[in-house]
Ligand binder design. Sequence first.
Ligand SMILES: *Cc1c(COP(=O)(O)O)cnc(C)c1O
Length: 421
Amino acid sequence: MNIETKCLHEGYHPKNGEPVALPIYQSTTYRYDSTDAIGKLFDLSAEGYMYSRISNPTVCAVEDKIASLEGGVGALCTTSGQAASLISILNILSAGDHIVSAATVYGGTINLFAVTLKKFGIECTFVDADASEEELQKAFKINTKVVFGETIANPAIAIFDIEKFAKIAHKNKVPLIVDNTFATPILCRPIEFGADIVIHSTSKYMDGHAIQLGGVIVDSGNFDWKNGKFKEFTEPDESYHGVVYTEQFGKSAYIAKARVQLMRDLGAYPSANAAFLLNLGLESLPVRIEKHCKNAEVIAKYLNSCDKVEFVNYPTLEGNKYNDLARKYLPKGCSGVISFSIKGGREDAIIFMDSLKLAENVVHVADIRTCVLHPASSTHRQLTDDQLVAAGITPGLIRLSVGLENIEDILEDVKQALNQI
Ligand SMILES: *Cc1c(COP(=O)(O)O)cnc(C)c1O
């Protein structure tokens, strides 16, 4: 099946006489005929739904759909993108371990890696993702256990060279995790370029309508957890009567462990109703993404021609330094998200933002409605000046998320707001 078809038909397959729409299984728990049957679930020797903190039929249908869209062996939904980032890392790393991450990643990811995970004894080195392989190799340490990057970095709109990072991660015998939130599997499937794990904030395009937070972790099934570096995968887990994940689950060891161990202990599993709504978003994702890309192209070109604009970050613009990477990784388009900097700096950026009539000033992005945000005074407020520069953020930078309104209306709004400066 092509991806548009998968968006509609994967995950849930109604049988004769069953409902066409994905049913909402609003139940915390599942009935079994015997104590023995439940005992087998706790030994992980039988498959089945145990409790809705770990799995639920509605959520699992959506997980199967997303796994199929990304080309993975399995997926695990979470209550937010942040929970997906956290669990994807904690499933591999413990105190004393080290992350190599691109510096151009979402502000919340930077805080998680640099501040909160540090308290758990996990260190992170942020690297310039555009550096050469030799330069990047210097960031690796004996305790490095994972490499992390974002397909289209929020809000720098930098494109992550997935193949380059997969190669260097694998040379160091560690997996590559890619946050594919902005691209979505419609525009890019990082597993095809060597990524081992893909995560998303489904709060963005996948949901698409700004109605609920969510996240997902997808396992490619390709990483060799038995290479000697990842003992939690190859040694008995005492909390499940000595189960060895690589033996019990084979190619799905990573995603099975994330579910039965971390989701059990951390409890960040979405509700059936949340999964139902996410599924609606997924059904129309391909048509929405295509239009977001088209509208953004027009707005990016217009902004690029304006005197009051210092620079525009949109990978397909002529002369943008990511032209080649965009052609390789995002041939169908680069999403609806643009960032650009106003010449007059912070003050004029705020005048522009406050003058918009159609575009909404919100803490959100990748939504059906056009919206704007000033990263330096909101999502990236906690970062130091050095971190801001490393993340590609200037004081006048505005993130504009182009929606699905008529392009003439969006253009007119941008024009009139620029005229107020
Ligand atoms: C929003 C976002 C996140 C965090 O997701 P939440 O659902 O808000 O927790 C992570 N990565 C990227 C790229 C994002 O845009």
